[in-house]
Design a protein around this ligand. Structure first.
Ligand code: NAD
Ligand code: UGA
Length: 368
């Protein structure tokens, strides 16, 4: 059918030995960037996304339109629709799956806990069930999260550190994903690589994240809340620029070994890996706000709240030496440089004219 033809076309690699990658969550922030990077280097990419309304679906549709310009097609569907997943694998023998679809966000887990269970646990299992049973089995790289370190106070975090104190249901479901991956690797020989991203930001980002709505609120003259820890310390994050994360995802795909099973049976031990992908340089949230103030040339109405929020952890800080050793991962973008690119995208995407546009003119000129 025309649909199958479109899917095949999108997923066919254009370089010798190129990959055919199923990117779940391709309508999302990280998924759209990775899809584009894969396509640009000649891999075939097919997206899957349910375009849910957790945040502005128009933004997801704009990313979809951007991908379509590069001949990347996103199938609209849910991870839990295993008939659809099987159909996609019938049409395309995917060599790799980059699994980024999830219910993200730390705070929303208190409003809608079941959505985390449905996408991050049931949805992941649904995908793995299909991957284990097809022949050839794809190698899988999936998004875990820095949130698995939870209340751990070792600094910086290494992959071997304890992850048994999640501070939110989101973190608990991401941790569960890592355990589930272990099982599917152990029993079915699936090659699985988990990437613990650290607070990713950049153009086409997520409107539910602090840097994004701080930008909006500062421009609109609304107050921004800066939460602190119980002992009045500043909360800090190892903010990581999207291009660095994309390089990490591609590096993990490139070094993933083949799965060793077929048709639901394992032949030999397969690869199971977990890596931190961070920036190795935590920045306090107050500093994030002051960088935005200077990029936007607008003073923020800072509202410091001497209390942590439920679900938040006091700081995150990645040790990335394992990813450096295994696939040369080296973050290269500092927060001020990355935010400059974000702000440039933001004013352009939302068509913000006048003062801001003028005052960020040099921003637009010197970033690509
Ligand atoms: P995102 O919300 O922009 O992207 C996720 C996409 O998955 C969305 O477009 C959503 O519509 C889709 N989706 C959700 N549930 C689905 C389902 N059941 N079936 C099909 N599609 C579904 O988030 P993101 O920031 O791009 O995050 C990508 C991945 O990285 C997620 O797994 C997230 O948990 C993880 N992560 C993100 C960050 C970050 O700071 N952005 C940090 C750590 C981990
Ligand atoms: C982010 C993503 O939202 C998660 O999906 C992801 O899994 C996680 O990173 C991760 O690294 O694993 P978070 O770091 O909480 O989670 O990102 P934001 O929601 O953007 O918050 C960043 C910081 O700003 C936090 O320290 C938060 O406490 C603070 N914040 C947020 C405020 O001070 N005020 C606000 O109004 C909102």
């Amino acid at each position: 059918s025309a649909w199958e033809k479109q899917i095949r076309h999108s997923a066919t690699p254009r370089r010798p030995n190129g990959f055919s990658v199923l990117v779940t969550g391709a309508g999302g922030f990280v998924g759209s960037h990775c899809s584009l990077a894969l396509k640009k280097r000649g891999d075939g990419v097919l997206g899957l996304d349910n375009f849910n309304t957790y945040y502005d679906p128009t933004l997801k549709r704009s990313r979809q339109a951007m991908l379509l310009k590069h001949q990347i097609f996103i199938v609209e569907g849910d991870l839990n629709d295993d008939k659809l997943l099987r159909k996609l694998f019938d049409v395309v023998p995917f060599t790799h799956v980059l699994h980024l679809a999830a219910q993200a966000g730390v705070r929303y887990a208190m409003q809608n806990p079941q959505s985390y269970v449905a996408s991050n646990i049931a949805g992941f299992v649904s995908l793995l069930e299909v991957c284990k049973s097809v022949n050839p089995q794809p190698a899988i790289v999936w998004a875990s999260s820095s949130s698995v370190y939870g209340l751990n106070t070792q600094n910086p975090f290494s992959e071997s550190h304890r992850t048994d104190q999640p501070a939110s249901l989101y973190a608990a479901t991401k941790k569960a994903g890592e355990e589930i991956a272990h099982t599917y690797n152990h029993i079915y020989g699936l090659s699985l690589t988990g990437l613990r991203f650290f607070t990713v930001y950049g153009p086409w980002g997520r409107p539910d994240m602090a840097y994004f709505f701080f930008t909006k609120d500062i421009l609109q003259g609304k107050p921004v809340n800066i939460y602190q820890t119980v002992d009045d310390k500043e909360v800090a994050r190892d903010f990581t620029y999207i291009d660095d994360i994309v390089k990490g995802c591609l590096g993990a795909l490139d070094t993933a070994e083949k799965s060793t099973g077929s048709g639901g049976k394992k032949k030999a031990p397969a690869q199971l890996r977990v890596y931190n992908l961070g920036n190795t340089s935590p920045v306090p949230v107050g500093k994030l706000v002051s960088i935005l103030e200077s990029l936007l040339s607008v003073k923020a109405k800072k509202h410091v709240i001497k209390m942590p929020r439920n679900g938040d952890v006091p700081y995150t800080h990645a040790n990335v030496s394992l990813a450096l050793k295994d696939f040369g991962y080296k973050p290269t973008t500092d927060l001020a440089t990355g935010l400059r690119k974000f702000v440039k995208w933001y004013v352009n995407y939302y068509g913000i004219e006048s003062r801001v546009k003028k005052e960020t003119k040099n921003v637009a000129e010197d970033s690509d």
